[in-house]
Design a protein around this ligand. Structure first.
Ligand code: TXA
Ligand code: MG
Length: 342
């Protein structure tokens, strides 16, 4: 299969591209498209065979359910039921936007492989003109995980999708670099206390302003089955091992020296304040304390490491304030919990 990339920034060519995407989806194919968080790989959520192609193309484990994307709240009524009051409040406050709500599934509505057999479904309305236009023209819910090869960082550019899935999918709608750069916040309303299963662009503080107290699932609790099945897998990882390290110039310099003494090459992913360290490769996360820039640049930086011959990747930890919670969540997964102590 040849993978075509269509630029949808140019208004003159736009409509043909959307028509082509709608035709492919309607025929049971998959299409990659940009959202405000990361690129998604979509299929019509009621078509089991089409959804199976998503798992196939990504190499995704079957027990990891997909998020369903909608263009209007009405579409959601067909496949959800008994929507909790607080979930409604969240929709009004944050949709369209980077918030996925886990809601009770209306039985026998969506393809079974979308929800991996769960009785709940993750739903979100993306805030991106290309995604919304596609959903508006299609008029059907679209199941879409991030459009990366399973285990790799989510794509923030069409070229990332192409790199991972070339020859496996027919079409990528190219809407430029995604804004936020990290996946949506996932929140569950199953118990009394709404609980964040995956931190993202909509922070705990933002949610609590609107619905009061919110809990956070503890990803390290291994006794309990993970509530967002996707969170148990190693994720967002470049080929070489990633190590977290204390955010201190002294520590970082020591670490680099130690690695160099072992005749190994090292890449650092960090804010500009660490740039002048004498290292083999440096990938910037922008100005120090600009966490939204770090979120925007992180996945590109992790992918850039794969283009180098670095043996080891060091990342000084960032603040966990605001969107920093989501950044550190992804970095802890990319590092698989490893710390560099020099
Ligand atoms: O920003 C995003 O959310 C992007 C864009 C494309 O919308 N999508 C995305 O999808 O990140 P994915 O499949 O990479 O991550 C979905 C996460 C996984 O951790 C999955 O386990 C969880 O949401 N999830 C989906 N449905 C669920 C459900 N019913 N119950 C619990 N967790 C669920
Ligand atoms: Mg993903």
């Amino acid at each position: 299969m040849k993978t075509i990339i269509k630029n949808v920034d140019n208004l003159l060519t736009n409509n043909d591209s959307y028509t082509q995407a709608v035709d492919l989806l309607t025929k049971g194919e998959v299409v990659a498209f940009p959202t405000e968080t990361v690129y998604g790989l979509g299929a019509i959520a009621t078509n089991e065979e089409a959804v199976a192609k998503i798992f196939e193309a990504k190499g995704r484990p079957q027990d990891n359910p997909l998020i369903v994307h909608i263009g209007s709240k009405e579409e959601m009524m067909a496949f959800t039921q008994d929507i909790p009051k607080l979930a409604e409040v969240c929709m009004d406050a944050f949709w369209p936007g980077p918030l996925t709500l886990i809601l009770p599934l209306r039985p026998n509505t969506l393809a079974k492989n979308v929800t991996a057999g769960l009785q709940t479904v993750g739903v979100r309305m993306p805030e991106h003109k290309v995604a919304l236009e596609l959903l508006k023209q299609l008029k059907q819910p679209v199941a879409a995980p991030s459009a990366n090869k399973s285990g790799k960082p989510s794509p923030t550019k069409a070229v990332h999708v192409h790199h991972d899935l070339e020859g496996k999918i027919p079409l990528i709608l190219d809407g430029g670099t995604t804004g936020i750069g990290l996946e949506s916040t996932v929140i569950e309303f199953v118990n009394d206390l709404p609980t964040i299963l995956r931190p993202g662009g909509v922070t705990k503080e933002m949610l609590e302003k609107v619905i009061g107290q919110v809990g956070e699932a503890q990803p390290t609790d291994e006794k309990e089955a993970p509530r967002a099945p996707g969170m148990k897998y190693a994720h967002y990882a470049p080929d070489s091992p990633v190590y977290l390290i204390e955010a201190s110039l002294v520590k970082l310099k020591e670490a680099v020296e130690k690695i160099h003494n072992e005749q190994k090459k090292v890449a650092i992913i960090a804010s500009e304040s660490f740039r002048h360290i004498n290292v083999d490769y440096f990938f910037s996360l922008g100005k120090e304390d600009q966490l939204s820039d770090a979120a925007h640049l992180l996945y590109q930086a992790l992918r850039d490491c794969d283009e180098t011959d670095a043996d080891i990747i060091l990342v000084p930890v960032l603040s966990k304030a605001g969107v920093g919670t989501a950044i550190m969540n992804r970095l802890e997964k990319a590092a698989d919990g490893k710390w560099f102590y020099s």
